[in-house]
Write a protein that binds this ligand. Sequence first.
Ligand SMILES: [Zn+2]
Length: 312
Amino acid sequence: MSYAGPEFEPPQPRRPRRGPLTVALAALVPGALLGWLVYETAGGSGDGGGADRANVRSSPPAASSTPADDGKKPGASASSRSSAPAASGPLKGKTVVIDPGHNPGNFQHTSEINRKVDIGTNQKECDTTGTSTNDGYPEAKFTLDVAHRMRTLLQEQGATVKLTQDGDRPYGPCVDERARIGNEAKADAVVSIHADGSGAGNRGFHVIMPGAVHAGAADTRAIVAPSRDLGERVAGRFGAVTGSAPSDYVGGGTGLVTRKDLGGLNLSTVPKVFIECGNMRDSEDAALLTSGAWRQKAAQGISEGIVSFLRG
Ligand SMILES: [Zn+2]
């Protein structure tokens, strides 16, 4: 599979419209302002999904478009690639793995994704289809879209960013492989992106952190503390940027949940959390999750949490 790293060639051509000054500013922007100052400096002409801060676009980007291709990052243009300004950003030398939950193709591969894999504590399905809104917007499209937006934001900070899947494989990967990708990348932080499928009326986000597990191939003891730090920062920034409240149905209002039954966490050897960005089965949350402008805020909030964690 191909992982999107710093050499990733954006799938669409970009219009050059950000000069060196803007790029330099981007590298200096602290986490709290990640992305937004860049956008303002760039003049806000956002023709791409990723730049669509609220109210700028007349319509949200299609989920299958390339929201990362927002014209904000240097990308593939010769000048920016050669000068590589982002590589000198505050996250230079840091590797972030983004794990877009599920896969839009999982629906067509039920036997493959139902195969059991070893998660240390027990056997569990390779992967699941994920949920969707009542109107049929799939979680798997949501997760990939947010991941693309995050990739852009984090690359602008100088991070090396890898995705566990980029819509470039028919299904999966399995949860054990998702964990392995982060481990083998020696990621400094991994965030798995999800949206929940709880009952209507349940609202809000929550971050899932690994509990201490030591069984079979699973040993999370070394990552429990840093993952909690990461989780708290992601939850804090996500809430601040999106304005969403922590889950009102799990986590006791903290937006934080610890679990020992997720293979993607049990098998991780690097700091890792999941985030359930909202409840797709609630109409009010669904209205947010299906908004490109809101997804940009979600990506920004998560990214700011990662930046905060990595910068200490
Ligand atoms: Zn999910």
